[in-house]
Design a protein around this ligand. Sequence first.
Ligand SMILES: *[C@@H]1O[C@H](CO)[C@@H](O)[C@H](O)[C@H]1NC(C)=O
Ligand SMILES: *[C@@H]1O[C@H](CO)[C@@H](O)[C@H](O)[C@H]1NC(C)=O
Ligand SMILES: *[C@@H]1O[C@H](CO)[C@@H](O)[C@H](O)[C@H]1NC(C)=O
Length: 320
Amino acid sequence: MHRFTSIEVVVLFIWLLWWPKVESQIYNPQWEPARALDATLQEYAYRAFVHPRTGIPFDGIIPPYLTGIEVSAMRLRSGSLFHRGVQTFKEFRIPVGLREQPYVERLVMVYHNLGNWSTTYYTLPGYTYLTPVLGLLAYNGSDLSATNLPELDMWASDEAIIIKFGKISTIPDGLVAKCVWFDLHGQVNFTNLESGNECWTFEQGHFSIVVENDAPTVPAPHVPVPPAPPEAPAPSSRTKKNHSMVWAMVGSISGGIALLVLLGLLILWAWRYKKRKRMRELERAADAGEALRMTRVGSMRAPFALSTRTMPNLEHDFSV
Ligand SMILES: *[C@@H]1O[C@H](CO)[C@@H](O)[C@H](O)[C@H]1NC(C)=O
Ligand SMILES: *[C@@H]1O[C@H](CO)[C@@H](O)[C@H](O)[C@H]1NC(C)=O
Ligand SMILES: *[C@@H]1O[C@H](CO)[C@@H](O)[C@H](O)[C@H]1NC(C)=O
């Protein structure tokens, strides 16, 4: 059986102290499906580069369970992107002055059109989408077989990136259409629509045009809830709250179990440590010439010093 050294116990303790903090940083149940989809789409977009050429959009092939979504990828040299921008990449126009952090020599812009999956992954209660949700994300373009790449931090340092939406659903009378931007951390921001069907942004993320639902004038939107794909399940708007509650419960229960296990390990370690210490003392005593005999203590056989100095008194005390 594995014996825990004191270093291991200290490491476990530090991990235990940090654990809730780490968990709260990476854990946002509501945002998970959309981020998992980003990772899946990065992989399928990169597969489109069979004969990679710089500055040309390549459309990716989407797995059947995500039919309705489009991806495209364009590989660019950072330097030329910064100096020239990209006139058109699907609905996006990328101006000069685009920067990324950390710096990479080559980057890949991945484009998403979530089509009829928009409301599944980007639920926005109280609003109706007038266009599909479009995404633009930047990745390190050095290794085109890489998966699970983190997004680069990308921003327009001069002019805004322009998203020129093609056809947009008619804006209901009396309502004002707005641009919505979802950043990579789940932050939602609304900005004004420009020139009828354009949205401007200085950062990457997902974009669409929405109108706020006004209960008396606009009928409630019908949001279809398709079965979630196996790799990137998306909870429906109705069960989302329940889901996060369930996740929170699962989280706290497994946290509690982990805590108990750790506590158990600690007690075990302390007990073993105490036992070893006593054994060593007894061995030392044996070396010093004292006689040892084996005694049964419960189910455990342990050597005890045949001591004539203290034991009789103790036994006497307890038997009274
Ligand atoms: C989107 O449409 C495709 C067919 O074009 C269908 O297979 C898919 O299930 C639809 N997705 C959703 C979320 O409705
Ligand atoms: C980009 O990817 C290449 C190849 O995997 C790697 O060597 C390089 O460090 C990466 N750059 C950054 C900034 O992560
Ligand atoms: C986005 O909205 C949040 C509040 O919802 C605000 O704190 C933040 O500054 C906004 N970011 C931008 C870039 O407008």
